[in-house]
Design a protein. Structure first.
Length: 470
């Protein structure tokens, strides 16, 4: 595939992830129709039904929509001060307003500044943008792009900005670390212009730019004020009443509580006792815990809250929709599950296993077995290659797609998945991530310590005589 794509002027690397469109393009090089894209579309249909439903609700209830507090994400290059800023805002502002202060972190928090609420997401990632947008909702209303004044615009600054721009989310720039002696605010602004095409307001542009120090807290009040201002200008709206929908920003299996997720309510009021679907799972809101560890019975729009009562761990970044009844929740999630299982089966079926190699190749004139070989030393690789080559015969081609030294890693699995190969390890370990990925991708990993055994199993596989050992 890599060679063929290269001839067509497209550069690919082993292990590279492809978009559905790219997959389709490559499929066309082989005159193969990839149904993958279709499958994915089908999967999204159910979500789309719900999205359509909500769009209609918005259309019909235009006049009764109300503003809600903004949900803010801080993004920027590593070490530019995201965590420090979020922690310090939380510690000063939330603790100021509430007795007792924070008891636990649920991944997002809400504060009040000049009588206006603002919600901050604690642990943002770029995926949150792309995935949630694909699912028809946006978690974030405003992005604070943080740039350290002693380091300037860096690659992840640009990446973060591009995500925000793609998602059409307004951006406020916070130039951080101005307390440092080598901070250079002017130079940082020049780089904003040159590298991001963002012109600060005080330079005649329209990008709100606030110099801050996350450590000394200088400028933080101003930043919060700017957030309030932008949110007013943006008129962030919601459906204030009725059944809720919410975005899931974090999800995990808690040892004591079972599957839990932190959600931010986008519309309606989420209540204890509500039934819901979320991605391919469903549940009933058994309990809700707010960002200060208190149990609450109702969560209004833009409130972050931890929800207990999921049937299974939900996909992060999926959308939670309240349904009329448990039956409705089960029914919708059941339909989704069926589709997912089907898609997974198709994935696993695709890859070759030594035991059924001959069966899979039945009817093919030329049978090709692809192998990825990992061993402890060069000497071992050479010895194995020689022995394996002796097994070649006119009907069967054994292709060693890749031979390398050392532990079997994820990149071997990805290559195996791309080339439909079996991974054979000789006197090497398999790392844990590779094991998990192999399971997910349906890739077989075989391990041997004795050459004879490896060759013997290969021989049997080629004769269609190897029994499945699992
Ligand atoms: P993140 O990777 O963006 O989350 O960055 P962190 O918040 O972990 O900050 C990286 C380092 O920069 C830490 O050592 C912080 O103490 C330091 N730092 C963050 N903000 C400031 C600031 O305003 N001034 C100074 N002097 N150091 C800061």
């Amino acid at each position: 595939i890599i060679k063929k794509a290269f001839m067509e002027g497209k550069m690919l690397r082993p292990g590279q992830e492809l978009s559905p469109t790219e997959t389709e393009e490559i499929g066309l090089l082989y005159e193969t129709v990839i149904n993958f894209v279709e499958e994915e579309k089908k999967e999204e249909e159910l979500d789309n039904e719900l999205v359509d439903y909500w769009n209609k609700v918005y259309e019909e209830q235009k006049d009764s929509l109300k503003t809600r507090p903004p949900v803010v994400t801080v993004m920027g290059h590593v070490d530019h001060g995201k965590t420090t800023l979020l922690d310090n805002i939380r510690n000063t502002k939330v603790a100021e307003g509430e007795e007792g202060g924070i008891t636990q972190s649920i991944g997002a928090y809400q504060l009040e500044y000049n009588d206006k609420k603002i919600t901050f997401i604690d642990t943002p990632g770029h995926e949150a943008f792309t995935e949630m947008r694909a699912r028809g909702a946006q978690a974030t209303d405003i992005v604070v792009l943080i740039i350290a004044a002693d380091d300037g615009v860096m690659p992840q600054t640009i990446e973060a900005y591009n995500h925000a721009k793609d998602a059409k989310v307004p951006v406020i720039v916070a130039i951080n670390k101005i307390d440092k002696p080598n901070a250079n605010v002017e130079l940082t602004k020049q780089q904003m212009v040159a590298k991001l095409n963002l012109i600060p307001e005080d330079w005649g542009g329209d990008t709100i730019t606030v110099p801050i120090s996350a450590i000394s807290k200088e400028g933080i009040d101003e930043l919060l004020e700017m957030i309030s201002l932008v949110s007013e200008m943006e008129e962030i709206k919601c459906k204030p009443n009725g059944q809720a929908r919410a975005v899931i920003i974090e999800s995990k299996l808690d040892k004591f509580l079972g599957p839990v997720a932190t959600v931010i309510v986008k519309d309606g009021i989420l209540k204890t006792g509500d039934y819901f679907i979320a991605g391919s799972t469903y549940g009933k809101v058994r309990r809700m815990i707010d960002d200060q560890g208190r149990t609450i019975k109702k969560a209004l729009p833009s409130t972050p809250v931890q929800v207990l009562g999921f049937n299974e761990v939900a996909d992060t970044h999926s959308i939670l929709y309240v349904t009329n009844s448990l039956n409705q929740a089960r029914e919708i999630s059941g339909k989704k599950k069926e589709k997912e299982d089907l898609a997974n089966q198709n994935i696993n079926k695709k890859h070759v296993k030594l035991e059924d190699f001959m069966k899979m190749m039945e009817g093919n004139q030329k049978k090709v077995l692809n192998i990825i070989l990992k061993a402890g030393t060069f000497g071992e690789i050479e010895a194995l290659k020689n022995s394996i080559n002796k097994l070649q015969n006119p009907d069967i081609d054994i292709d060693i797609v890749h031979a390398g030294i050392g532990t079997v890693t994820t990149s071997d699995i990805m290559l195996a998945s791309a080339s439909d190969a079996v991974v054979m390890g000789f006197r090497v370990k398999v790392d844990n991530k590779a094991k998990k990925d192999a399971e997910k991708e349906g890739i077989q990993i075989k391990r041997y310590d004795i050459i004879f055994q490896l060759i013997d199993e290969l021989k049997k596989a080629l004769q269609g005589m190897l029994e499945l050992e699992e």
